[in-house]
Design a protein around this ligand. Structure first.
Ligand SMILES: [Zn+2]
Length: 600
């Protein structure tokens, strides 16, 4: 920290004289753009109307904006003439930890503010770089070992940005510790082997380290999401593991101010805004894997709450068997990856593993002869040999418009993230009818329900019937922990239910041999399963082939009962029944099957 007293030390004058402004290194600021002057058009004074107070106010704020823009433009030109970078520091996120490098009095007196650091490289915004006092501040930072990159900013922007010193984040007294280097990351990873220590560890870390620790800790625990929820007196940190949220630790409000700013800073969100929802993303590296994090911030009663989705694009693709497909359904889904055209829809709520199953299908379709294009939001895995495209709703690149563009790329197989409107449904159906394989998802509770859902969206029966090839509904039930399970006799109530369901399955699939065992595994909970008794997940599935009989029924607008009857005759068992098969195989429990298929 640069102390104001050190600046009046006469011995420093000499150093100040040699402290030269660093030649600016290339940096992605607006100064990379050719600077053009655009003079304001001359005001038209020929007609003067009396403006209302509201209009006057509008004009005034409009004028202030134009003035400000003019000043920024002038600063930009000045930077260019001095061979420096320009930064509008008022709109640039500032890492609050960095404010501690310069005392507030010094920063205010010299209009200088540090805003970004990578290792020992430090970027500062200054208004008067040739001012001897400013140069002395810069020199002091250099003496601390920093390589300084100077960015010119307007007085107004710096004065505005200096308000960060009045924020809560700054008031928390904590020194910047050393940078997050390779060795430190290795060390952190080892220390985080025990998740329970995470809450303690982040207390003594700087915010950059704390963010990393939380992310790595969540990844280690196999979490898909991190939830940081502001309560009255603390912030609750919960990780979603195998589909369920678990409280992992609590964060002190005194640390939270800094930590939340760091999360926002890294996600390129506006750090000084906390009253509106914001969305952003960042990524972190662990063992050569790059993990993308999608961040959503929501203002809540006791402060901002964060939900972060971890997108591990390097994760290995799972096989249908690993997902939990078995028996007839395994054969069916493998056959589906050999079709040459038609629509395959995967249904289920968020978190039912639809995308994972679709990716496994895509990987099967993937060969050097096939052109495969996806439209996703977000891209969750990166698949080699497949053109993956991220939709951008705000920019007008939607599933519907993207799908039309995709078709011009002449693909064999197309995957679109979701069908939720008629336009997408129609284009998807047309694509399937014109010789493409089309994979997508839909939010419905069961496989059969997809047919009336498409009709409700507005897709006519004459398009649904010929284009639809198969429907798969899926849920993920937790697998029983292999480490702490013990065989126990089946309680009679459970046995009754199992027997009943097995009878039904036998009537639908007479060829299938299923035997109910005397005992089933029960898990007590251990360290490996975080004392939940479960580890990993298995898909419970129902699949419907849209064969000729089914297409006929759809065309004739047959009742759901008729459609279900037809599907049952062809061997369709429900997710609940498929789950029971997995219960008697000792893979999951009856409770889990009830939970995910909502049958009690
Ligand atoms: Zn266990």
């Amino acid at each position: 920290m640069i102390d104001p007293k050190s600046l009046i030390d006469p011995g420093n004058e000499e150093k100040a004289a040699v402290a030269a402004v660093n030649p600016a290194e290339p940096v992605a600021t607006s100064s990379d753009q050719p600077v053009t002057t655009s003079a304001l058009p001359p005001a038209d004074t020929s007609t003067v109307d009396l403006a209302s107070p509201e209009e006057l106010q509008k004009m005034e704020s409009g004028l202030a904006k134009i003035n400000r823009q003019g000043k920024e433009k002038a600063t930009q030109e000045k930077a260019a003439s001095m061979g420096m970078n320009y930064v509008d520091i008022n709109t640039t996120p500032i890492n609050p930890d960095l404010l501690k490098l310069i005392a507030p009095e010094v920063a205010k007196a010299n209009l200088i503010i540090p805003f970004y650091r990578l290792g020992k490289k430090l970027r500062v915004a200054v208004a008067h770089p040739t001012n001897p006092a400013t140069r002395e501040v810069i020199n002091q930072l250099k003496l601390q070992g920093y390589l300084i990159n100077i960015n010119l900013s307007s007085d107004e922007a710096i004065i505005e940005a200096l308000k960060a010193y009045e924020s809560d984040q700054y008031k928390v007294k904590k020194e910047i510790s050393t940078e997050l280097d390779e060795a430190k990351i290795k060390n952190l990873e080892n220390e985080l082997a025990e998740l329970s220590k995470l809450g303690e560890k982040i207390k003594s870390a700087n915010s950059e380290e704390a963010v990393y620790m939380i992310c790595v800790g969540a990844l280690r625990a196999g979490s898909s999401d991190i939830h940081l929820e502001a309560e009255d007196k603390y912030v609750r940190a919960r990780f979603r593991v195998d589909g369920l949220l678990h409280e992992v630790f609590r964060i002190d409000k005194s640390i939270w101010a800094n930590l939340s700013s760091q999360f926002k800073y890294q996600s390129k969100l506006k750090v000084n805004i906390s009253n509106i929802p914001q969305d952003g993303r960042f990524n972190f590296q662990v063992n050569d894997r790059k993990i993308d994090v999608r961040v959503s911030v929501l203002p809540t009663e006791f402060g901002e709450s964060f939900v972060m989705r971890l997108l591990d694009s390097g994760r290995h693709l799972v096989t249908f068997e690993e997902l939990g497909y078995s028996g007839q359904y395994l054969q069916k889904i493998q056959k589906l990856t050999e079709i040459s055209h038609g629509m395959i829809l995967m249904t289920g709520p968020t978190g039912s593993g639809k995308t994972t199953s679709l990716y496994t299908m895509l990987a099967k379709f993937n060969n050097p002869q096939a052109k495969i294009i996806t439209l996703e939001d977000p891209i969750e895995y990166h698949l080699e040999g497949i053109s993956q495209s991220q939709i951008n709703e705000k920019g007008g690149y939607t599933f519907a418009s993207g799908l039309r563009s995709i078709l011009r790329q002449d693909p064999e197989v197309i995957m679109i993230g979701e069908i939720r409107d008629l336009e997408t449904a129609e284009t998807a159906s047309q694509a399937a009818l014109t010789g493409h394989v089309l994979l997508s998802t839909l939010h419905t509770n069961s496989a059969i329900e997809t047919i009336p859902r498409l009709a409700n969206i507005g897709l006519p029966a004459f398009m649904i019937a010929p284009s639809l090839h198969a429907i798969i509904a899926q849920r993920l039930a937790r697998r029983i922990c292999p480490n702490c399970q013990e065989q126990k006799p089946i309680p009679s109530a459970q046995l009754d239910e199992i027997k009943k369901v097995i009878e039904t399955i036998k009537s639908i699939r007479p060829s299938e041999t299923v035997a109910i065992p005397d005992t089933l595994p029960v898990a007590a909970g251990c360290d490996i399963c975080s004392h939940t008794g479960y580890k990993g997940r298995v898909a419970v599935v129902e699949m419907v082939d849209v064969d000729f009989e089914m297409k006929d029924l759809i065309m004739n607008k047959a009742s759901i009962t008729k459609i279900i009857e037809s599907a049952r005759r062809k061997g369709m068992i429900t997710m609940h029944e498929d789950g029971i098969l997995k219960v008697i195989q000792g893979i999951t429990t009856l409770e889990e099957v009830h939970r995910v298929t909502s049958i009690s």
